[in-house]
Design a binder for this molecule. Structure first.
Ligand SMILES: Cc1cc2nc3c(=O)[nH]c(=O)nc-3n(C[C@H](O)[C@H](O)[C@H](O)COP(=O)(O)OP(=O)(O)OC[C@H]3O[C@@H](n4cnc5c(N)ncnc54)[C@H](O)[C@@H]3O)c2cc1C
Length: 445
C-alpha cells in the first residue's frame, strides 16, 4: 500500500479527466498566486488514472448542446486541449452535426450561442448544407438532411494519451497521485468533512473535490445526501420524488476501413454526428427496420484500432437508478455493446456513406462501451454539495471537458465566484433553475 500524508489541504478523489485536470490546474493556480503548490494537492484513485469512463471514452470533443451554458465550458476546454495538443493527444479536425428540418431552429440557436461564447461555428441549411456534406465526404447520402452545423475548434483526443498527458502535468507541478487507494468514507461533522477515510488511513483536509464519474452516486450516499428530490423548472412546473442519479449505458464500437477513412482532400475528417429522427435504420439485407430514427456519431478510430477504421456510437440505453459499477467498463460483462448494436451502427454508417455499405463483416468484435451516472436534467453539477466538498458530476458529458478543472481550480484557489460555473449549481433543482426538456433522442442535451 503506497504511503499517503495524514493531512493535506486538498484531497481530490478520482483520477479521471476532472480529477486530473483540477489537480493540475489547482497546482498552477496556487503557484501563480504564491499561496501554495502541487504539494498541497493529493489525488487518490482506487485503481489508477483513467480507470473510469475517461479511459474508455470515444474521445469526441464537441459543443453541440442545446444547453447554452455549456458553450463557454467547451471554449475553456478547447483552450486546455490546445495548450498542449501533442501531450494531450488532441486532433483539432472540427465537428460536423447533421440534422433534419425539425431541428433547424435549435441549430440556429446553438450556432448563435456558440459564436457569442467565442466558439466559432457555421450553420448551413437546405441545399447549401447538403452541398457542404458532399464537399467533405463525396459519398455522403444526404436524404432527409436539412441543416448542418460545423464547429471549427472541436475534434477528438485519444483517451490513453490524454490520461497520460494530464497525469504528467500533475506530476510536473508536484501533485501527489496515489493509485490503488480507495476512499471508503468521510468523517463528516456538521456538514463539513474533517478527514477522508481511505484504505491507507484517514487524511485530514481543508477541502475535498470529487471527480468520481459513475461512482458519484455511491459517494453521494456516503455524504448523506438525498437520493430523491423535487425538481423545479423556471416556468413554475415541478416534479416531486425524482431520482437524483440515473445510469445510462453508452454503446460504442469500431469498424475497420480500408482505404482509410479520409475526407475529399485526403485529410482526417471532422468528427461526424447525424440525427435524423424521421429516417429509420434498415437492415441492408432484409430491409427490416432496426430503429425508427438515425442517431449516430463517428470519427477516425486512430489510437484504439490495430488497423485503419472508425469508432463511434448510437443512442445510449437508460438503465435506471441501479447499476453494477464494479467491475467497470470493458471488465463488466453486463454492459458491453451487443450484436444488435453492431447491426444498427453498421447499417447507419452504410446508409449515410457509400464507402460503409456492407461493412458489418468489418465490425471490430471486441469489448466496448460503458456506463455513466446522469443528473435529473442530464446537465452537469459543478458545485459545493457539503460545506467543503466540491462535486464535479459531468452527467456523462465529460471526457471533452478538460476546462472544468481549470475553472474549479480558479474558484478553489481564489474563493471567488466563477460565472461560467454558476449555472451548474446543485441548488438549481430546488430553486427553479433546472434545465428543460429538448427535442432529441439523446440525454446529452
Ligand atoms: C463508452 C463511453 C464513451 C464516451 N464517449 C465520450 C466522448 O466521446 N466524449 C466525451 O466528452 N465524453 C464521453 N464519455 C463520457 C466521459 O467519458 C465521462 O463523462 C468522463 O470521462 C467522466 O470523467 P470523471 O473524471 O468524472 O470520471 P471517471 O473517468 O469515471 O473517473 C472516476 C475515477 O474515480 C475512481 N474511483 C471510483 N471510486 C473511488 C473511490 N472510492 N476512491 C478512489 N477513487 C475512486 C475510479 O477508479 C476512476 O478512475 C463517454 C463515456 C463512456 C462510458
Amino acid at each position: 500500500m503506497p504511503a499517503i500524508p495524514t493531512s493535506v489541504r486538498f484531497v481530490i478523489v478520482g483520477a479521471g479527466v476532472h480529477g486530473l485536470s483540477t489537480a493540475w490546474h489547482l497546482a498552477m493556480e496556487l503557484e501563480a498566486r504564491g499561496t501554495g503548490s502541487g504539494r498541497d494537492v493529493l489525488l487518490l484513485d482506487k485503481t489508477a488514472p483513467g480507470a473510469g469512463a475517461t479511459g474508455i471514452a470515444c474521445g469526441c470533443v464537441r459543443n453541440l448542446y442545446m444547453t447554452e451554458a455549456l458553450h463557454p465550458i467547451l471554449r475553456h476546454s478547447v483552450d486546455v486541449w490546445t495548450s498542449d495538443p501533442i501531450n494531450l493527444g488532441f486532433q483539432q479536425v472540427g465537428y460536423v452535426s447533421v440534422g433534419a428540418a425539425n431541428q433547424e431552429s435549435e441549430y440556429e440557436a446553438i450556432t448563435r450561442s456558440q459564436n457569442a461564447a467565442g466558439y466559432p461555428s457555421d450553420l448551413r441549411v437546405g441545399e447549401e448544407a447538403r452541398r457542404f456534406l458532399t464537399g467533405v465526404w463525396p459519398d455522403f447520402n444526404t436524404e432527409g438532411v436539412a441543416c448542418v452545423l460545423h464547429e471549427k475548434p472541436s475534434g477528438y483526443a485519444g483517451t490513453r494519451q490524454a490520461v497520460w498527458g494530464l497525469a504528467r502535468k500533475c506530476e510536473q507541478h508536484g501533485v501527489l497521485i496515489r493509485s490503488g487507494i480507495e476512499v471508503t468514507g468521510y468523517d463528516l461533522v456538521q456538514g463539513r468533512v474533517r478527514a477522508v477515510r481511505t484504505t491507507a488511513g484517514d487524511v485530514a483536509c481543508d477541502a475535498v473535490v470529487l471527480g468520481l464519474g459513475a461512482w458519484t452516486p455511491r459517494h453521494w450516499a456516503l455524504l448523506d445526501l438525498p437520493d430523491r428530490l423535487t425538481v423545479r423548472y423556471a416556468d413554475g412546473r415541478e416534479t416531486a420524488d425524482r431520482p437524483m442519479w440515473t445510469y445510462w449505458r453508452l454503446r460504442e464500437g469500431e469498424v475497420f476501413q480500408d482505404p482509410p477513412y479520409r475526407d475529399a482532400t485526403d485529410r482526417d475528417p471532422p468528427v461526424l454526428h447525424v440525427e435524423l429522427m424521421d429516417r429509420p435504420v434498415r437492415d441492408p439485407a432484409t430491409g427490416a427496420e432496426l430503429q425508427d430514427h438515425i442517431y449516430v456519431y463517428w470519427k477516425n478510430g486512430a489510437e484504439r484500432m490495430p488497423a485503419p477504421g472508425v469508432q463511434g456510437g448510437i443512442t445510449p440505453v437508460r438503465l435506471g437508478t441501479e447499476a453494477e459499477v464494479d467491475p467497470y467498463g470493458h471488465a463488466n460483462d453486463r454492459y458491453q455493446a451487443e450484436p444488435a448494436f453492431a447491426d444498427i451502427f453498421c447499417a447507419s454508417l452504410g446508409q449515410l456513406m457509400h464507402r460503409f455499405e456492407g461493412c458489418r463483416p468489418r465490425y471490430h468484435d471486441r469489448r466496448n462501451g460503458g456506463i455513466c451516472a446522469f443528473t435529473p436534467d442530464n446537465v452537469p453539477i459543478f458545485d459545493w454539495v457539503r460545506e467543503n466538498v466540491y462535486l464535479i458530476a459531468d452527467s456523462g458529458h465529460g471526457f471533452k471537458m478538460t476546462g472544468v478543472g481549470k475553472l474549479v481550480a480558479r474558484h478553489l484557489a481564489s474563493g471567488e465566484r466563477v460565472p461560467d460555473l454558476a449555472p451548474f449549481g446543485y441548488r438549481r433543482f430546488a430553486e427553479g433553475r433546472t434545465f428543460g426538456g429538448h427535442n432529441t433522442n439523446s440525454p446529452w442535451v
